[in-house]
Write a protein that binds this ligand. Structure first.
Ligand code: 15L
Length: 268
């Protein structure tokens, strides 16, 4: 029974959307971010926590039944920033959850944990990570840490490898990886409410015809996406610049693969 659900990173784009779509779904939403949030409304608690501070994280998770962990750095950055926000921060959240007896966590991992798979390949939830950035490595770390806390401590994890979240797909690559707010909300609810979740990787994508993912693990858990990118395709493709970087074009992670790229031979 989910009485109090904590959302970390509640001030970000996904967090702000979930604050609306999960309103009234659970008796109490505890909304946390390191920056200040809009004041609590009915059924809400607002919290300000820097997830690199373990003592503060322990207070943040006290009394919650489930966590949607969106907090941390949401794109590529220098190592110290990734280390603090995504490695230390995620460790603190999972470890504080264990100490507090929290049994369910939905984690925002990312397509960038597997971004160096070629676009020509369809991948499922069983492929090994192929991160395309320090950010992608931090998401692969979070997936591995979740596996440890699931096997050793019995916390159930839904690891949502989010593609690109927003009201509509914004470019050609995002036609393959877009997820709408209502589809992501459905996945989050599966992660919090499904009775039989151990440590599951699913792709956080809508029903996109151009998808690079076999999302059968999400389907097995009951995910039925309502939205698809194809109706946006003609408009998006017409606006696409012609001079795309060949490395970005070749791999699923796009520009995350091309940034800082120095290899002489592109990987298979
Ligand atoms: C992500 O993981 C990021 O959080 C988001 O900002 C986008 O860059 C997205 O991936 C993407 O690949 O479009």
């Amino acid at each position: 029974m989910m009485n109090r659900v904590l959302i970390t990173g509640a001030g970000g784009g996904i967090g702000r959307a979930l604050r609306e779509t999960l309103r009234g779904v659970y008796p109490i939403l505890r909304l946390s971010d390191r920056v200040g949030l809009a004041p609590a409304g009915a059924g809400e608690e607002v919290d300000q926590t820097d997830i690199t501070d373990m003592a503060a994280v322990e207070k943040m998770v006290a009394g919650v039944d489930g966590i949607v962990h969106l907090g941390g750095i949401s794109g590529e950055s220098d190592w110290q920033t990734i280390l603090a926000g995504n490695i230390v921060g995620t460790y603190n959240v999972f470890e504080a959850a264990r100490r507090a007896g929290v049994k369910r966590i939905v984690m925002a991992t990312s397509n960038h944990a597997v971004g160096f798979y070629p676009r020509a390949q369809t991948i499922d939830h069983r492929v090994v990570p192929r991160p395309d950035s320090r950010y992608g490595v931090s998401k692969a770390f979070a997936e591995a840490l979740a596996s440890l806390y699931a096997d050793k401590h019995g916390i159930g994890f839904l690891l949502t490898r989010i593609g690109n979240f927003g009201p509509r797909p914004i470019d050609k690559r995002r036609l393959s990886i877009w997820i709408s707010p209502r589809d992501y909300t459905q996945l989050v609810r599966i992660g919090l409410e499904h009775p039989d979740i151990r440590c599951e990787i699913v792709y956080g994508v809508s029903n996109n015809r151009r998808s690079w993912y076999d999302n059968s693990n999400a389907e097995r858990l009951g995910y039925r996406p309502q939205d698809e990118s194809e109706p946006y395709a003609a408009e998006v493709l017409a606006a696409e610049p012609a001079d795309a970087d060949p490395i970005a074009e070749r791999y699923q992670g796009g520009t995350f693969c091309a940034q800082e790229y120095t290899a002489e031979t592109p990987p298979d």
